[in-house]
Design a binder for this molecule. Sequence first.
Ligand code: GLV
Length: 328
Amino acid sequence: MGRVFVSRRVPGRAVELLREAGHAVDVWPGELPPDADALRERLREAEGALTMVTDPVGADLLAAAARLRVVANMAVGYDNIDAAAAAVAGVWATNTPGVLHETTADLAFALLLAAARRVAESDRDARAGGWRTWSPTAWLGPDPFGATLGIVGLGEIGRAVARRARGFDMTVLAATRTPRPDVERELGVERVALPELLARAGFVSLHVPFGPDTEGLIGAAEFAAMREDAILVNTARGGVVDQEALVAALRAGAIGGAALDVTVPEPLPADHALFSFPNVIVTPHIGSASHATRARMAEMAARNVVAALAGRTPPNPVNRPPAPRGGA
Ligand code: GLV
């Protein structure tokens, strides 16, 4: 049985599942992630790793982790892992699809509503003693109900957002790479090209994975194409947005606001320009942060480790090592 490194304390039964399968489990005790040296040190002897989005797993680290057979990311996104290099090294990389889309869609909607109805901004003002009277002209914002929502990326999370939008009588546009007429029909979504979506939507919500083809997808030209009252919601990855262009658009009043659960870098420094705008909301990458969902994610990652270390193909691979270390 193998040694498994779990790079943070995790909720649910994940550690028990690993122990029940006979593995020696080493859980990183810190509130903060292991730094690169600590991660390398902990992986040196490990056969399995249960990692977080905060753990960069590149080719160098994989080369130093000679016994490693599986890296199970506790996330649906896995841009922190070089999955191709892992495959070459014979190491499975896995993720957690199908368990966090509803929770992440809830947060996207929470951000959309909060930005439109100025929830965070007015709460800050009330705490600071600014609530002097009910005012017929204060804290006005756009109505989410009946508005046009543009969803960029119609995967599991984008579809879950579209379902929520129906309850708000929204017109839902989607820009997607792959046409899925059945899904579009079922969700009542109109598939349009990105420029049309940007021109029409009062809310733009991003749901694409991060990679070379989505890096900076929303940049200066896209902000120029957006409505002046449009609110950008990002629960995907910070790098999908060109953040300098976003700051410039906010300074110029070219868009109505932004609600961001993901940024570059993470954490976003407290003196970052984005924090200077009252019409910007920043949450600390909490898309999947419900009790039940985080437990499911950790347990799913643990099951992937258990399967790979038993010599089986793990249930949620994101790569296909031609010659897995230790067989499989
Ligand atoms: C979180 O960001 C995830 O990809 O699950």
